[in-house]
Ligand binder design. Structure first.
Ligand code: GDP
Length: 241
């Protein structure tokens, strides 16, 4: 019996970290929606952007990460699909991070003018948004990086290279691949990402399945790590005793 009461194992510590991270992601709630960058609230809170092609599984991933059935489907309601939807996390009276759900791209039916507008909004957001501290890029594990995904990486590459912005690529719908296909998809993505990694960067890739919950706890843990790495909040939001 005494054996079971021994000091906690690495697995226990990992499970505790995942539980804490999932409790944090569960606090996510809708904050606001913006069709242009200048409508986004100026904020001192660190922000994570979720990006990906339409149908990559972005909404499903956000809903699974936050354990909320409908949160990211706010982003799918008519009139909001081209908007940036912001979610707030942390205690209600002391939010500690924002998540930005950016418009899905690459939808074939979108006319050229709309595509150009999208490119401008994305490029501006990813290059300029001061509070951006991380990007989660979702790509379908069966498709790998498409030209538009690479274009998006280029928008954010300068700040990823310096380590100002962390990058995590999720290979979504991994349940549709066999083990060997998954290994190949991972290796191919790592190859592409090697071009964006440097000594100062924080670049990662993971297999993800909302269906099987593959990667969910690890991603939540990574994102909480980004929040903690982003450092303390501005003085006026920290309780002074
Ligand atoms: P979005 O356009 O990127 O927000 O994509 P959605 O989250 O709406 O997902 C697009 C489609 O992929 C939907 O039919 C989802 O049910 C499906 N999907 C999303 N995640 C998974 C997954 O992990 N496994 C499988 N098999 N299907 C998924």
């Amino acid at each position: 019996m005494a054996e079971q009461n021994k000091t906690s194992t690495t697995a226990d510590a990992g499970a505790a970290a995942a539980k804490r991270a999932l409790a944090w992601t569960h606090t996510a709630r809708f904050l606001t929606t913006a069709s242009q960058l200048d409508q986004l609230p100026a904020t001192e809170l660190p922000e994570i952007a979720f990006v990906g092609r339409s149908n990559a599984g972005k909404s499903t991933a956000i809903n699974v990460l936050t354990q909320q059935k409908r949160l990211a489907f706010a982003s799918k309601t008519p009139g909001r699909t081209q908007h940036i939807n912001l979610f707030e996390l942390g205690p209600r009276d002391a939010p500690d991070m924002l998540w930005a759900d950016l418009p899905g791209y690459g939808y074939a039916a979108v006319e050229r003018g709309a595509k150009l507008r999208w490119q401008k909004v994305m490029a501006d957001y990813l290059e300029i948004r001061r509070s951006l501290s991380g990007v989660v890029l979702m790509i379908d594990a069966r498709l790998g990086f498409t030209p538009l995904d690479r274009q998006l990486l280029e928008f954010v590459a300068p700040r990823v290279g310096t380590g100002m912005v962390a990058l995590l690529v999720l290979l979504t719908k991994a349940d549709k691949l066999t083990r060997s296909e998954s290994a190949l998809a991972l290796a191919a993505a790592q190859d592409v990402l090697a071009g964006y990694s440097s000594e100062t960067s924080d670049v990662g890739v993971a297999l993800f399945s909302a269906l099987r919950k593959t990667g969910v706890a690890d991603v939540a843990t990574a994102l909480l790590g980004w929040r903690e790495r982003a450092g303390p909040l501005e003085p006026d939001t920290v309780a002074v005793t």
